[in-house]
Structures are given as C-alpha cells and as structure tokens.
Write a protein that binds this ligand. Structure first.
Ligand code: FES
Length: 304
C-alpha cells in the first residue's frame, strides 16, 4: 500500500520546485525501478569496448546485473547475470574475453550469447532438463547509435532512434565526428556515489552554472569563467534527455571553438595542428553550428 498520495505533493505544477523526498524516499525508488527503468532504454557501453568476438563488459539496468557480450558472429547480446539454475552470477569480472561463462556453483556453462551449453552430470538429473529453455535470461531489446549500446527490458519499447529524438543531434556532436566513429580507450573510470540516482543526473542535465564556483580552483582567473557564464547553456531536447553545452558565437576563431577562449595557450604545436585539422573535418561533417557547440556532458540515465 503506497504512502505516496499524490505526486503533486512532490513536484510543483511547472516543475520548478521539487520536494527533497524525491531523493530519499525508498518507496518512490521502487516505483521508479518498476515504471522507469523497466520500460526505458538504458546505456550499456560503447561498441569499441567489446570489439572482438568473445569480448564482454558487465553493467546494470537499475539494480539488475547484466553481461554485454560480443558473440562469434559479432552480434551483441545483453543477458541477465544470474544462473538459470540457482541464480548465482555467472560472470564476476568487469570486462574480459571468453567463449564461455561457467557458473562457479555447479558449472552450468553458457555461451557468450547466453545459451546453456552444458550441465555437468546431466544424465543424473531426474527430469531431463530442456537446455534450450534454460539459457541466461535475455534483455529483449538491444540497439546501438553511433557505437553507443543501449538495452531495454521492455520488448515493446519504441525504436532507440525515436526514443532519442532530437537528443541524437547532440549526441552526434561527440559520436559522429569522423567516418570511423570514436573509440573508448582503456577501462572506464567508475565511481560509486552514495546518493539517489537522480542527483548526478540532475547535476549533468541542468547545472552548467556550478562550473565557475565548485570548480573555481581550476577556473577562476581564466577565460573559462566568462566562457561558461556567457556561452554555457542547459538544454533539454525532450523530457528525460538533457545536456550542458558551450555554444561559441558566430565568427569565433576555430581554435577558440575547439579549445575554448584560452585557445592555444600552453599546447604543443604538433597536437594543436592535429586538433585544428580534426576541427576542420568536423565542421565539414556536422556544419557550422555544431562546430561551435561543445557538449560538456550528457544525461540519459547515464553520463558520458
Ligand atoms: S547455480 Fe549455477 S550451476 Fe548451479
């Protein structure tokens, strides 16, 4: 029985005021898992993190642990990391390469598509197990956008590109800059933050204003402060998506669009020339506005 009588108690009609309870209420969090995370697209990782057959990374959809794997035919699979026998996690690494996931408890063995391949001492099992029905539970929808892998627990969800809508225009600023796309280098940095999931989302979605102050030890006294104050924007292309950007004004020299108003200061000339050439290519590919627009961070239940 819910104790939340009305969501109107928690958010003002125009959305400008919220009750602090939305960051602390465990009952609301349970509702969010059921009504949001079970029915939306969730970012899993980048294709370059699982480039080769057998590569895998592990992640979560809300609190459900998943394995994101590249099979021998190069297809991408997202499977729930819970053995179909007694629920033990079959993969305990953050990333790696394997042809098989072997459950440590009784060694049921699964392919990197999640199919159950073998059961030790299968002939001793009383009822003949139907291995075809006992694979790892699949996350039913997996789609990619310029290398970004998204998955959804809702098999009837709209296609990813429709879901992203105008957000795709902004995502492409970072992920469609060159013909070959972009590549994630090295393992990702991960932080465990002891807070409600909406706090970091809000920080990335709608708070370009904190830059000069919270990060003042880095920025105060530099042109970056003026740049953020004059040209920083929070953008919500559609509800649920958001980003912070810096949009330099028309006529800004290339190096300042690319590197900010600090321009070339302190940069190795060879690196600078490379970046300038890259910027020219990006301008030709994405157009003038996006050449002047620098995304600072994105939010779609995840941060880049
Ligand atoms: S729990 Fe995985 S093999 Fe038994």
């Amino acid at each position: 029985m819910t104790t939340i009588k009305s969501f109107r108690e928690l958010v003002s009609d125009d959305g400008s005021h919220i009750h602090r309870r939305i960051f602390t209420d465990p009952e609301l969090y349970e509702l969010e898992k059921k009504h949001i995370f079970a029915h939306t697209w969730v970012y899993m990782g980048h294709e370059s993190q699982i480039e080769k057959s057998g590569d895998f990374i592990t992640s979560y959809i809300a609190e459900t642990p998943v394995i994101v794997s590249r099979a021998g035919d190069k297809s991408i699979h997202v499977s729930i990391n819970s053995c179909s026998h007694r629920g033990v996690p079959v993969c305990r690494a953050d990333q790696g390469n394997t042809r098989r996931f072997i459950c440590p408890y009784h060694n049921w063995t699964f392919s990197n598509k999640g199919d159950l391949i073998s059961i030790p001492q299968e002939r001793k099992v009383c009822n003949k197990p139907d291995k075809a029905a006992l694979g790892l539970k699949k996350v039913p929808r997996v789609e990619t956008h310029h290398g970004l892998i998204f998955a959804s627990l809702d098999e009837n969800i709209e296609p990813l590109i429709d879901y992203l809508g105008p957000m795709a225009w902004y995502l492409d600023c970072l992920f469609d800059r060159f013909d070959g796309g972009v590549e994630v280098l090295g393992p990702p940095h991960k932080w465990l933050i002891n807070c409600n999931w909406k706090l970091p989302v809000e920080n990335h979605l709608g708070d370009v204003g904190h830059g000069p102050y919270l990060h003042g030890s880095l920025l105060q006294g530099t042109p970056a402060v003026e740049e953020l104050e004059k040209y920083g924007h929070n953008i919500v292309p559609k509800p649920g998506h958001g980003l912070s950007v810096r949009l330099m004004p028309e006529g800004t020299p290339d190096d300042q669009c690319m590197l900010g108003m600090d321009g070339i200061a302190g940069m190795d000339l060879e690196v600078f020339e490379y970046l300038k050439e890259s910027h020219k290519k990006v301008s030709e590919r994405l157009g003038d506005i996006r050449a002047r627009l620098k995304p600072l961070c994105y939010t779609r239940f995840c941060s880049f």
